[in-house]
Structure formats: C-alpha cells, structure tokens
Design a protein around this ligand. Structure first.
Ligand SMILES: [Zn+2]
Length: 309
C-alpha cells in the first residue's frame, strides 16, 4: 500500500501524519506552530517533523501541505499569511522545502484541503463548501468537483468578505474592519466579545462553557454570532449553491451554540428562493474529528502527478 506525508499547517497548530491510501493514519505528530523567528525557523520545524515521519518504516511517495493563506497553490508560494505575523511578504514555500526534503510536494490552502478530505473520506457531494473555524476563518469551495480559485489560480480568501464595514471592534489581521474572520473565527470572536463586554476571556472554549452554563451576556453574543454566520452563509449560498456546508476547526465544536439559530435565520432569508429551487444546503459539522485538512493534504499528495494539471 502507498503512503504519503500530510501536514495541516495552521496559525496555531501543526498536525502532520503518515497516511495510507485508505486514509488511515500510520504515525502522527502534533506541534505548536513556531512563528517567532519567521520562515527560517518554521521551515526547520517542518523539515524536522517530515524527517521524523519519514522514519516510520513506510516508503513515502509525496508530501501534501494544507496551509493557512493567502497563497498561490500551483506556484507553491505563501503570500504574507494573515495570522503568521511576519514581515516577509512572499515565501517560496514549496521550492525551499523541496530542496531539503527531496520528495514531490503538493501545496494548497488548508480549507481547500478540508473540502477535499471530506469529499475523499466522507463522500461529501461534488458541490461542498468547507469552513474552517480556528485562528482564522478558512473557506474551501468545491463546485462540480472543481476547486474554485481567483485570478491566475490565487486561492480566494472568502474569509475576508466584509460583513459590517467599519466595525472596529471586530479585528482581523487582514486589516479590513468588519470582515467575516474578524467576527467569526474562534480567536477573533473572543477578542470581539472581550472588547464589547470589557470582560477578559481566556479562549473560545471558556466562552462556550460560559454560554452553556447560562451566562446571559455571553449567550447574547452567541446569538449575534449566529446572525452574522447566517448572513455569511446566505451570501455563499446565493453565490455558489452548494449542496453541503461542512464546519471544521476547533471552534466548530461550539456549533450547537449557534448553528440551530443560524439555520433558522437562513430558512427565513432564503424562503422565496427555496420554494422555487431548493437552495438551502445541508449544514453539518465534520465527522473527521478535525483531521479533514490533514486528510485532504494526504489526498493531494496521492494525486501529486495530476493535482495542478
Ligand atoms: Zn479579514
């Protein structure tokens, strides 16, 4: 059986593994993303992790990376990643790593990897959108089995669509006040609620627990989150008409605090169109236990000869 190395590279965490053709993890490594020191330090960390995985006793045919963006997948270039906090604007990710690792490398956005992972292992339909909620908000759009991209193959950064222009309480590293990621990523939601309430919260997990425990103030912000998420998803639905929307990432675990309300608002907003052409998609949380990005990266690696053709 063939084996590849897959890596999900996020703004906070790295998940890497040796994966076989059936999507089974043979060996896995989790690490905190080393961003201080810039690309040279992160590059060394990635190389070390890959080398450790290469010693798993399995013959590795290729390496697949699903990475936080912005990026250009085909040319293997990382472009000033929103949540990395680096000064260098352009990183030759694939070129630099290929020199050291000497294996074919396939590289794409982490939310694209997530949608491919769902398609591969959970038989998601050919029209599926994946939304990753963690440090950032990633968007991967698969339409008629094609990954949608922007001009010249740039990954479309749909996490930065503007929801409330000039809402300066919602901070996103992209620099645009009021963008979707500024409200809806787990990390930014905590910052937004802290700013609005003047209270200090440790992380999104604490916020979820407070809401579940009946904290009225925090629950009100989850209700607002549900509205903003509905607004965001309605825009995606009328743009792309997906049959399924899948949430993953650490903050997707809080979906029961917003998704029922989000679905209710969407049903009301899209009622007229729904009556004529059934546009409301199935919306669910990934059942791949936050490994859909990793699995998609493995899928990409298995397709390395044709992935960018
Ligand atoms: Zn943004």
């Amino acid at each position: 059986m063939k084996h590849v190395i897959a890596m999900d590279l996020g703004g906070t965490k790295i998940l890497a593994a040796v994966v076989n053709e059936k999507g089974k993890i043979v060996k896995q490594i989790k690490a905190h993303t080393q961003l201080e020191g810039g690309w040279p330090v992160l590059k060394n960390q990635i190389v070390e992790i890959c080398r450790e995985l290469m010693n798993s006793g399995k013959k590795i045919t290729a390496i697949g990376f699903g990475s936080a963006g912005p990026l250009h997948a085909k040319s293997g270039v990382l472009l000033d990643p929103t949540n990395f906090g680096w000064k260098k604007k352009k990183i030759n990710f694939v070129k630099d790593l290929s020199k050291v690792l000497k294996l074919p490398i396939v590289f794409d956005n982490d939310a694209v990897a997530a949608v491919l992972g769902e398609r591969w292992l959970k038989h998601s339909p050919a029209n599926t959108i994946c939304i990753t909620l963690g440090t950032g908000l990633g968007l991967g759009v698969l339409i008629d089995d094609h990954v949608l991209r922007g001009r010249g193959g740039l990954h479309s950064e749909g996490g930065h669509l503007i929801l409330r222009p000039q809402d300066h309480d919602a901070h996103c590293e992209c620099g645009a006040p009021g963008c979707a990621e500024g409200f809806l990523s787990g990390v930014n939601f905590v910052k937004w609620v802290s700013k609005r309430t003047g209270r200090k919260f440790k992380d999104a997990k604490e916020l979820s627990e407070l809401a579940k425990g009946g904290d009225i103030e925090v629950s009100r912000y989850f209700a607002e989150y549900a509205e903003l998420m509905a607004q965001y998803l309605c825009s995606l639905v009328v743009l792309y008409y997906p049959t399924e929307i899948v949430f993953s990432g650490s903050f997707a675990q809080a979906a029961d605090l917003f998704l029922p309300q989000t679905k209710k608002i969407m049903a009301e907003s899209l009622a007229r169109q729904q009556a004529s052409h059934k546009i409301i998609p199935k919306i669910r949380v990934s059942r791949l236990n936050n490994t859909n990005g990793l699995m998609g990266a493995a899928y990409m690696a298995f397709q390395y000869k044709t992935y960018h053709s």
